[in-house]
Design a protein around this ligand. Structure first.
Ligand code: COA
Length: 326
């Protein structure tokens, strides 16, 4: 049996740190409010001359180096992002040229915070079908550029960053065991960016209405996120005849500490197996899972044969899970 195995991980976080205390200086909020409601203490902000492709390229170089794979060996680059460099073409194409991945196809996946698992799913399926041998899967975002820094309900939650993994075709039992993808577009306006594209086109009036910024109904999103991530996590375990006792590392989307603790509790993973870094980076959407995975990997927290559960929820709504044997 051919499986898609993760042979390298990498991440990149911009240098600039924005703490809750920094935000207190220009917004009617407090470190105490942000920490108790979200668990976030600080987040990273991309430099003015850094684009999403730059973050993605740095994370990818680190993943390729760990895997010992040269860029020209890649068959495909799949990138989860909702804050690409341009409306189109795909930011994966910018990364492709930056890396010199001259033999690779490249496309973006738009599934918001579920973007990395959606991208991983597409890549793993392609490898298992025998259509590719080496694929780079990326999650990268500069969310702070689509936040309204006058809206205390949203801007405090988000940050910038990128993570990447190299997937390789291997014989055996190690690799991506399953992926499950879900969506419900009926409530998309609870979490979305209205402009600018073909529905709400760029105009002075639309800018005055602040249509360019991310919008969110936090309370509603919270409830759906907990329910959906719990279901997706259980689905992944059931599909592989496993229970939470089999899981060595749970890497949930780092939306907010209260959401991920509620999910971990429901999945009986509320212990040191649940990886948490939302306190340092906030919600980097499609980038949270590969960043957390890379941190855990480089800290020596993962060993061969370990079972890893990835679980995410985001705008769309979309939600997804993946089970991986390391
Ligand atoms: N600082 C201080 N007060 C704030 C604030 C801030 N940054 N943001 C909101 N408030 C205020 C609100 O205005 C409200 O005041 P009011 O009662 O006078 O109207 C009060 O705090 C409570 O707001 P509420 O929205 O009920 O708070 P909450 O406990 O639901 O927490 C979120 C708000 C956004 C932290 C929470 O709903 C949440 O985490 N939602 C999920 C968001 C998310 O993770 N999205 C991404 C999913 S991928």
């Amino acid at each position: 049996m051919i499986r898609a195995r993760i042979t390298g991980t990498g991440s990149y976080l911009p240098e600039k740190v924005l703490t809750n205390f920094d935000i207190e200086k220009f917004l009617d909020t407090s470190d105490e409010w942000i920490r108790t409601r979200t668990g976030i203490s600080e987040r990273r902000i991309a430099a003015d001359d850094e684009n999403t492709s730059d973050l993605a390229t740095k994370a990818s170089e680190r993943a390729l180096e760990m895997a010992g794979v040269r860029p020209e060996e890649l068959d495909l680059i799949v990138m989860g992002t909702i804050t690409g460099d341009y409306p189109w073409p795909a930011t994966a194409c910018v990364v492709q040229v930056n890396l010199g991945a001259v033999n690779s196809g490249a496309y973006d996946v738009s599934a918001a915070c579920s973007g990395f698992i959606y991208a991983l799913s597409a890549a793993a399926d392609r490898i298992q079908a025998g259509n590719a041998k080496k694929i780079l899967v990326i999650g990268a975002e500069i969310l702070t550029r689509i936040c309204d820094w006058k809206d205390r309900n949203t801007c405090i939650l988000f940050g910038d960053g990128a993570g990447a993994v190299v997937l390789e075709a291997v014989e055996g039992e190690n690799g991506v065991l399953s992926t499950h993808l879900h969506a419900d577009g009926s409530q998309l306006e609870l979490l979305y960016q209205p402009g600018f594209s073909t529905k709400i086109v760029l105009s002075v009036e639309a800018i005055e209405r602040k249509e360019q910024y991310l919008k969110m109904e936090g309370n509603e999103v919270f409830k759906v996120a907990v329910r959906s991530m719990t279901e997706a996590g259980k689905e992944a375990l059931a599909a592989n005849n496993m229970t939470s006792a089999d899981v060595s590392l749970f890497v949930p989307h780092q939306a907010n500490l209260r959401i991920l603790e509620a999910v971990a509790k429901r999945l009986k993973l509320m212990d040191e197996r649940t990886y948490i870094n939302v306190d340092r980076f906030g919600n980097t959407s499609g980038a949270t899972i590969p960043i957390a995975l890379d941190e855990a990997n480089r800290a020596g927290r993962i060993k061969e044969g370990d079972i890893l559960l990835f679980d995410a929820f985001g705008g769309g709504f979309t939600w997804a899970s993946a089970l991986v044997r390391w």
